[in-house]
Design a binder for this molecule. Structure first.
Ligand SMILES: NC(=O)c1ccc[n+]([C@@H]2O[C@H](COP(=O)([O-])OP(=O)(O)OC[C@H]3O[C@@H](n4cnc5c(N)ncnc54)[C@H](OP(=O)(O)O)[C@@H]3O)[C@@H](O)[C@H]2O)c1
Length: 250
């Protein structure tokens, strides 16, 4: 049996995921499967990783992230080459809250992409890992999922669903060798937040967030805030009484 780590990244063209992949292959050779929606972008990420780690192997798969049949077929195709050691589920998009309030279609798309789709990928991989009795599933939630706020509650509620889903999966696999890690990044400098950066938002560097994510996965913590300061910040936000919270313009 090969001892090379098998890593699957769903949403592999995400800046956070790509930086995690770089750190993983920098550390040791890996067999990586990159899942995305755009073959050209996946090919470019794959080529870059190959230059960084010629001894690693990379293949990529395109799928429809909103179609449960396509998701199951993708997970089956990945599993045919051996059960993965780590699956990082990283895709997501920050919707315009105002647009979601005006258009149910936009609202549905945001909820599906950020909440339902990651849960479906995780559910399919969980079943595969359950059969072999090992593996680590990593889901990316967000600090935005910790408390609904008027400025982004559609995205926040989808991320809240990811949190609750991960919690249930952790309960299901408690005491087994299947691990589930939930990451909660704070605002991070990636294409997803480019518009916030121009508005002067303070963003963590994607390199430091990826390094903390890789370390958190290695430690196998059930929940990791990245950077860690967000654990305390969100504890305060979560516990603010409604009469105070509702006066905040956040
Ligand atoms: N950046 C932050 O501040 C922040 C904070 C908390 C949580 N997060 C979460 O971290 C994860 C990674 O985000 P990131 O910051 O690295 O963002 P990013 O660089 O913008 O990457 C977003 C990823 O989602 C994919 N995606 C977007 N819409 C899609 C769709 N309709 N169907 C399939 N794939 C789609 C993109 O694919 P394409 O390349 O094909 O567009 C890309 O792989 C996301 O789950 C995000 O919600 C980010």
């Amino acid at each position: 049996m090969s001892s090379t780590k098998k890593i699957v990244i769903v949403g592999a063209t995400s800046a956070i995921a790509e930086h995690c992949a770089r750190l993983w292959v920098q550390r040791e050779a890996a067999e990586m499967v990159l899942v995305g929606r755009d073959a050209a972008r996946l090919a470019s990420v794959s080529a870059d990783l190959k230059v960084r780690s010629p001894q690693s192997s990379f293949r990529f798969l395109c799928t429809d992230f909103l179609d449960s049949t396509a998701i199951q077929a993708t997970v089956d195709a990945v599993g045919a080459a051996g059960a993965p050691d780590i699956v990082l589920i990283a895709h997501g998009a920050l919707p315009d809250q105002g647009e979601c309030q005006e258009s149910l279609a936009a609202c549905r798309d945001a909820l599906m992409l950020n909440g339902v789709s990651p849960a479906l990928f995780a559910e399919a991989f969980a079943e595969a890992m359950h059969k072999v009795g090992r593996g680590t599933i990593v889901l990316i939630g967000s600090v935005a999922g910790d408390r609904g706020r008027k400025s982004n509650y559609v995205y926040g509620s989808a991320k809240g669903m990811v949190s609750r889903y991960a919690q249930g999966l952790q309960h299901r696999f408690a005491g087994s060798s299947v691990k589930v890690v939930l990451l909660k990044p704070g605002p991070t400098d990636t294409p997803m937040t480019a518009h916030l950066k121009t508005q002067g938002a303070k963003l963590a560097s994607v390199e430091s967030v990826a390094a903390q994510i890789v370390a958190a996965i290695e430690r196998g913590r059930p929940v990791a805030y990245v950077p860690g300061k967000w654990r305390l910040i969100m504890q305060i936000i979560r516990h603010l009484p409604a009469f105070v919270f509702n006066k905040l313009n956040i």
